[in-house]
Write a protein that binds this ligand. Structure first.
Ligand code: GUN
Ligand code: FE
Length: 447
């Protein structure tokens, strides 16, 4: 990999001091940020390596989304206007159950096209019950960074056809973790993914959590406390609130990432705090499924770790981190007041806090010397929707005004994955045509 010197208009670092550099260059070698230095034209004229000047573009860290379902992207627009349990029973479980390798591959490619094209460079994916190796294969081939893991389901009253035995689920997860944890030069890690309390036995949850001990820095990733009917069913099943139940079986710690966490009582909030379990906040999904609004300002005040995710395409219906940032900021304001969330805080949730949630903050999430070069060049001057682009309103522009269309170039691990808004690895026309064809076949299979 050659040496590169990138000279953008400005660098928004998301480091501990929220430093913003103007007239600085950033040097990348072997996929690592080697230096960040004031532009020195004398030195640059003698630089041997590529010199890339982007006088109109803003460099930001690659965005991190901590809750995604790439297997669901094919179902976008096919499960609207339902609440969670109906959405799963009537649409999502039957569709996921109908995936074969080809339809799954089409769904993952479509996801990566959208995620990378929108500046997301790291995700944690909930995976798929069958053919999980296909997701790993596409992540590896397309230069993605993140945690993935087989979706684990060993009980399913909502849709009984869609489950495996406890033993199958555990042993396949273990084998996949052995094969893929820390693969692709460490870009890919294993995230164990028991789906949620209503589709997992207590044994599955506990045994899965104990497997983390064999895979350093693997993650326990599940859904929690998303919807009132769901938590009522959890109460019926275990006589406890969702987080209370997780705490009682010992699966909460700093390597646990819980999507949603909307309906929590005070003692559950305390449990998140004391165990350091993480919250993956998914505002679009929470609104679209009518689930509720998580008390994010309170969680942040209490020191609970919060990051962002688009969740699945059928409950969003996009995978844009910009939409999640904008909504995360806006939805709190009517309830908690306009100062309860600000653009800079929310920008951090989409970058460094996402990396912290996944224990990847030594590697990504901010632009600092020694970190991996996961970088996004944004054009905040391209059109009327994000002008003016002043020193004062940079975070505001990114969080409140920008969109994936403003993403010009994206680099992961020092290699370009998107240049001029186009994917380097994926042929958009082919991916879209394939997705259409595979969806038709899948819908036939699911009839
Ligand atoms: N709970 C269990 N499965 C799912 C899912 O696929 N999406 C969401 N939003 N919640 C879930
Ligand atoms: Fe989800």
């Amino acid at each position: 990999m050659s040496k590169k010197l990138i000279i953008p208009k400005q660098i928004v670092t998301a480091d501990a001091e929220d430093k913003i550099y103007r007239n600085y260059s950033i040097e990348i070698e072997e996929g690592i940020i080697k230096s960040i230095a004031k532009v020195d034209e004398d030195k640059i004229s003698k630089y041997y390596g590529e010199v890339l000047r982007y006088p109109n573009l803003t460099l930001v860290p690659g965005f991190v989304q901590t809750h995604i379902h790439t297997c669901q992207t094919l179902f976008r627009g096919l499960a609207d206007d339902l609440e969670l349990l109906d959405w799963l029973t009537m649409k999502i479980f039957p569709y996921e159950n109908s995936h074969n390798k080809e339809s799954l591959r089409a769904s993952v490619k479509l996801s990566l096209l959208e995620l990378q094209g929108g500046g997301t460079t790291t995700v944690m994916d909930m995976g798929t019950m069958r053919h999980q190796e296909v997701i790993f294969d596409e992540f590896i081939k397309n230069g993605m960074r993140g945690y993935c893991g087989k979706c684990m389901i060993d009980e399913n009253e909502l849709y009984p056809d869609f489950k495996e035995t406890t033993k199958e689920s555990l042993s396949e997860s273990y084998q996949l973790a052995k094969e893929f944890h820390n693969s692709a030069e460490g870009r890919i890690k294993y995230g164990f993914a028991p789906r949620f309390v209503l589709s997992c036995s207590e044994e599955l949850m506990k045994e899965t959590h104990s497997m983390l001990g064999d895979f350093e820095d693997s993650i326990f990733h599940t859904h929690s406390s998303e919807n009132k009917s769901e938590i009522e069913a959890v109460r019926k099943k275990y006589g406890k609130e969702n987080i209370e139940y997780f705490n009682s079986i010992g699966v909460l710690d700093d390597h646990t990432v819980l999507a949603h966490c909307i309906h929590l009582n005070n003692s559950e909030i305390d449990s998140l705090k004391t165990t350091q379990a993480r919250v993956a906040h998914c505002p679009s999904s929470n609104l679209k499924l009518g689930s509720g609004i998580a008390q994010i300002p309170r969680y942040l005040n209490e020191g609970i770790q919060v990051s962002l995710g688009a969740d699945g395409a059928p409950c969003n219906n996009n995978l844009s981190v910009f939409t999640e940032m904008r909504l995360a900021a806006l939805i709190q304001k009517p309830v908690h007041g306009p100062t309860s969330t600000n653009a800079k805080t929310i920008f951090r949730l989409g970058t460094i806090e996402g990396a912290k949630a996944l224990h990847l903050d030594n590697e990504v999430g901010s632009i600092e010397v020694g970190k991996k070069a996961d970088l996004v060049l944004l054009n905040l001057e391209s059109s009327s929707h994000s002008l003016p682009d002043d020193d004062e309103n940079i975070y505001s522009n990114i969080v409140y005004s920008s969109s994936p269309q403003d993403v010009e170039h994206v680099m992961i691990n020092g290699g370009w994955v998107v240049v001029g808004g186009k994917s380097i690895n994926l042929d958009e026309e082919e991916v879209v045509a394939d997705a259409k064809e595979e969806l038709l076949k899948l819908l036939k299979r699911s009839e």
